[in-house]
Write a protein that binds this ligand. Structure first.
Ligand code: URA
Length: 212
């Protein structure tokens, strides 16, 4: 697994405003949107393209178009939905599939409670949207689910990551023969005993939608 922490002053600025407990939900949603677009620019660096002959008003040239099959964007419900518009701004022709993941509080295992995805994801590049890479369990389960359907290249976009989550995700993907990249705005200090990222930004779903 490859971890890419995007180092850019605009990313750091927007993330700082997101972290601030004084930031209200409308501002939080707008900044999440803008931040995801910046992260998506880095996350799509390896998106597949095919050569395409075109003619400009001045003459012929060869450029590139996004390759088929189209990339698949997969927000993880609920908080990943707040990242969808920012991603689709950059990849408007991508398809969108949905994954609802829930964690069993006794076993701590994440499982799928809802999915709306093609049965066959063979040859698909998938972009998973999950704002907080905290324990890593949900993201590992989501990535394993997508690869079980044939996805052969996965990039997760997270606003924030905790070192424990990165380590658990690596362990949870052991033996997986598919390239996985995590793109994030920051690698924070740690998880606290409630599973929150420190310093983090709190509960991303609550801050996006204003309810628990
Ligand atoms: N999920 C959140 O929304 N915030 C955290 O800090 C950890 C998990």
């Amino acid at each position: 697994m490859r971890l890419h922490v995007v180092d850019h002053p605009l990313v750091s600025h927007k993330l700082t405003v997101l972290r601030d407990e004084q930031t209200d939900s409308p501002t939080f949603r707008r900044l999440t949107d803008e931040l995801v677009t910046l992260l998506a620019y880095e996350a799509t660096r390896e998106v597949r393209v095919d050569p395409r002959d075109i003619t400009t008003p001045v003459g012929p040239t060869t450029g590139v178009y996004l390759a088929q099959p189209r990339p698949m964007v997969v927000p993880i419900l609920r908080a990943g939905l707040g990242m969808l518009d920012g991603m689709m701004r950059l990849l408007p022709t991508a398809e969108v599939g949905f994954l609802g993941m829930v964690r069993n509080e006794e076993t701590l295992e994440a499982s799928t409670y809802a999915e709306r995805l093609p049965d066959d994801l063979s040859g698909r590049q998938c972009y998973v949207l999950d704002p907080m890479l905290a324990t890593g369990g949900t993201l590992a389960a989501a990535i394993n689910f997508l690869t079980s359907r044939g996805a052969d290249d996965i990039t997760a976009i997270c606003l924030l990551a905790a070192p424990e989550g990165v380590a658990n995700l690596e362990a949870g993907l052991e033996g997986l023969d598919v390239p996985v990249t995590v793109v994030t705005a920051a690698l924070d200090e740690k998880l606290n005993d409630k599973g929150y990222i420190v310093p983090g930004l709190g509960d991303a779903g609550d801050r996006l939608y204003g309810v628990a």
